[in-house]
Design a protein around this ligand. Sequence first.
Ligand code: MLT
Length: 328
Amino acid sequence: MISKFKTLLLACAAATALGLGAPAYSQAFPDKPISLVVPFAAGGPTDVVARMIAIPMGKSLGQTVLVENAVGAGGTIASAKVARAAPNGYTIFLHHMGMSTAPALYKKLSYDPLKDFEYIGQVVDVPMTLLARKDFPAANFTELQTYLKANGNKVSLANAGLGAVSHLCGLLFMTQMGVELNTIPYSGTGPAMNALLGGQVDLLCDQTTQTVPLIKDGRVKVYGVTTLNRLTALPNVPTLNEQGLTGFEVKVWHGMYAPKGTPAPVIEKINAALRAAMQDPTVKQRLADLSSDVPSADKITPAGLKTHLEAEISKWAPVIKKAGIYAD
Ligand code: MLT
C-alpha cells in the first residue's frame, strides 16, 4: 500500500515536472497580486496608460494589478528584467514601440524581443505633440523654425533616453528641420515634462496621454501634432505635416508581454482581462479624450501583437542602420 502511494507521489511529481499539472495551476491563477512593469518613470505617458488599465484588469482577474516602474536605458532595463522574471503570470509588461527599435539601436541587448517573451496583445495607439516651455520665444511653428535655424544647439530638447519615442520623434524632427539641438535625456517624459514646466529645458516631443490636459490648461506651448490629421482632442492645433514637415508622422503603439514560458492558459486569462479593460467605458472615454485609439479586436491578441512586433522590427532596423544611430 505504502509503495503504491509512493509510486503515485512520484508520478505526480513527474507530471508536474513535465508541465502536466499546468491546468490546475492555471485554474488557481491569479492567487496573489500581479506586477505590471512599466519601463519609464511614474507620471509619464506609459505609466498613465498602465494605471488606467491596471484597475479594470485587476477587477477582471480578481487580484490587484500593481504598476512597477523599472526605469533606464530607453526601456531596455525593464525589458531585460521581465525577460528574466519567473514565467508564472505574476510579472507582465507594458512597453511601446521601443520594443521594436531597441534591437537596432543597442548593439548589445541582453534579451531578444522575439524569443524571450510571450505576447498578450496590443494596447493603445497614441499620437505625439511638439511642445515648448510656456515662455519660449517662438510664438508659432514659423517662428520656431526661424529661431532654431538661428540658435541651433543652444536650444535644449528633452527626451526619455535612447530608444524612447520622445528620442525618436526628436531625431525625426531635427532631421527634417536640418538642425542639431542639445538633447537632454531623462528617465521618462514624466520627469522631462516637469523640467519643461519648470523652465529647465526648452522643447519636448511627448505623447497626448500626458500632454492634452497641459496644452488645454495653457501650461505649455504647442507647435503641432505628429499625426497626418488633426486630433479631435486638439482641433485647433495644426499637424507638423500641414506646416511644412511633409510626411512627418509618429504614432506610438503599445504592447503587453509576459516572460517566455508563461503557460498559455495564464496568457489567455490575462488577455481576456486586457480586452475587457480596453472595452471598459471609463478607459474608452479617457483614451478618446486624449485622442488615443483602442486597437481593433484582432490586434488585442497574442498573434496580433507578435505579427506587429515582427513587422516593426523589420521596418526600423534599416532606418536606424542608415541613420547610424547607436545607443552603445
Ligand atoms: C514615458 O512613459 O516616459 C514615455 O513613453 C517615454 C518615451 O518613450 O518618450
